[in-house]
Design a binder for this molecule. Structure first.
Ligand code: BGP
Length: 492
């Protein structure tokens, strides 16, 4: 679809930025906070870059007023953050810790005082450690009940003040990383357990949505999913089919549950034959069918390209793709291990010959963003809130103290332009949160991989003085918000 003129973003479009508790807050044991699985994992596993952890992170817990003042200066209309469950209920299911709850009440009040809409994520991966130890975390239905109790506390405390709520952040990523690739807690490699835990989370998501609809009348709730379009390498019919398989396994496995309340048929049959499909009771089915999100949060970084999986005879393209050794959370089959994943002989992920990559090997694909938005809106017919999109890069402070992050400006401009085209196509959009506001901890890549509009003076080895320095992109986004996105008209 070509448009000679692009639509304007609607009045009230929520231009924002995002973060997650473990990645920014620090204060890991302050004011009665209990340990989360990430506190444990990052301290002991040897799996994070140089052993980096969120003990101090960028100390947003103590700098939140300064950070919000900067948000206001930039003109942000929305700020997406997550609540650390173990601040609210230190052991996950018992006593409520008022001091922890008070922190988020202060945070939200400060946002409101600056006319910034609070977007609250209930779960961004930091499960209270006690629930992991006592119940095996998301493998147990008891964790669902604990989650619902925690949600109730927050709906009561903040239901009047926060309009947009996110249930789970990137369920596809944290289940695959945690239960398949041993790269996140609980460091498991077992597909049957992964699909079983994922099913429990689906139930928790549905129950939380139901409770929200009973308790909060002026709010909206939905999950945030890490969506990537799946391309076929070329027009060879076998590869088209492979891309279809990839789409069903990587996207629809979650999106269908969220929006239609059932698993996609072909993938379910395949997993059942392999003995790894989740067990779904009649009561589960009824619950999943009854809970509908009000909107879809979408995190977009990149998609994937697929061809027929020649497990025994990996192609030259497939070999080339192995050059990226890091696990890619957005591909259910990390490139270097896919030939060892015989349980799903449905597709092989290959690099896309048309796309460049970031310093961490993530493909840069702004048009894929438009494709994603189109696919999602056409299939699920719900308003979309972009809850993450951004560029991880090495930023350096120049001699004059400035940070010239032109690559980030280019990345954001080109993605926002494609979003504007999707809007012009007819996709209904609520807002856009760039990842991230300040620099923060990248789960596995330490503090070097920076995403923020605001530089934070710390590195992997030292917390330094944690000074905040707005980057060039800070002022670029300020201008964009001022003009409600109208300056985004061309690819740069
Ligand atoms: C998403 C997560 C974020 C953030 C982002 C960047 O998957 O929801 O929390 O971390 O990716 O990822 P990374 O830090 O690995 O570069």
């Amino acid at each position: 679809m070509y448009h000679s003129k692009l639509d304007h973003f609607p009045d009230g479009f929520l231009w924002g930025a995002a973060s997650a508790a473990y990645q920014v807050e620090g204060a890991f044991d302050t004011d009665g906070k209990g340990p989360s699985v990430w506190d444990d994992f990052a301290h002991h596993s040897g799996k994070t870059f140089k052993g980096t952890n969120g003990n101090v992170a960028v100390d947003h817990y103590h700098h939140y007023k300064q950070d919000i003042a900067l948000m206001a200066e930039q003109g942000l209309k929305a700020y997406r953050f997550s609540v650390a469950w173990s601040r609210i209920i230190p052991d996950g299911e018992g006593e409520i810790n008022q001091a922890g709850l008070d922190f988020y009440i202060r945070l939200v009040d400060e946002l409101i005082a600056h006319n910034i809409e609070a977007i609250l994520t209930l779960y961004h991966w930091d499960l209270p450690l006690a629930l992991q130890e006592k119940y095996n975390g998301w493998e147990s239905r008891q964790t669902i009940q604990a989650f619902i109790k925690y949600c109730r506390v927050l709906f009561e405390a903040l239901g009047e003040k926060v309009k947009y709520w996110i249930t789970f952040n990137e369920q596809n990523v944290f289940t695959a990383m945690g239960y398949r690739w041993e790269a996140h807690p609980p460091i498991v490699s077992d597909l049957k357990r992964m699909y079983a835990a994922n099913h429990m989370i689906n139930l928790a998501n549905a129950e939380a949505i139901q409770l929200f609809h009973q308790m909060v009348h002026n709010g909206k709730i939905g999950p945030s999913f890490g969506y990537g379009p799946t391309y076929s390498l070329n027009s060879r019919p076998d590869n088209i089919l492979a891309a279809l398989n990839g789409h069903e396994i990587n996207n629809r496995w979650w999106m269908d549950i969220y929006c239609k309340g059932s698993y996609p048929k072909f993938a379910y049959k395949q997993l059942k034959e392999l003995g790894i499909a989740p067990e779904v009771t009649e009561a589960d089915r009824a619950l999943l069918k009854s809970a509908k999100p009000d909107f879809l949060g979408i995190n977009y970084y990149h998609g994937g390209t697929m061809q027929e999986n020649r497990i025994e005879n990996i192609s030259e393209q497939g070999q080339k793709a192995k050059e990226f050794s890091a696990i890619d959370p957005y591909l259910m089959q990390p490139k270097e291990e896919q030939s060892q994943a015989p349980e799903i002989p449905m597709f092989e992920s290959v690099s896309n010959p048309y796309l460049e990559t970031t310093a961490w090997g993530w493909e840069i694909d702004p048009v894929g963003f438009r494709v994603a938005l189109r696919e999602i809106y056409a299939e699920y017919d719900l308003p979309i809130f972009i809850t993450e999109n951004g560029l991880g890069a090495f930023d350096t402070v120049e001699e004059d103290g400035s940070i010239q992050d032109d690559d980030r400006i280019q990345y954001l401009n080109n993605h926002i332009l494609e979003m504007r085209k999707a809007l012009t196509d007819g996709v209904e959009l609520i807002g856009y949160c760039a990842w991230s506001f300040t620099d923060l901890l990248s789960w596995l890549n330490g503090y070097k991989k920076r995403y923020g509009f605001v530089y934070v003076n710390r590195d992997d080895d030292s917390e330094k003085d944690l000074a905040r320095i707005p980057k060039k992109s800070f002022y670029w986004y300020q201008d964009l918000i001022n003009q409600n996105g109208l300056n985004v008209t061309e690819k740069i």
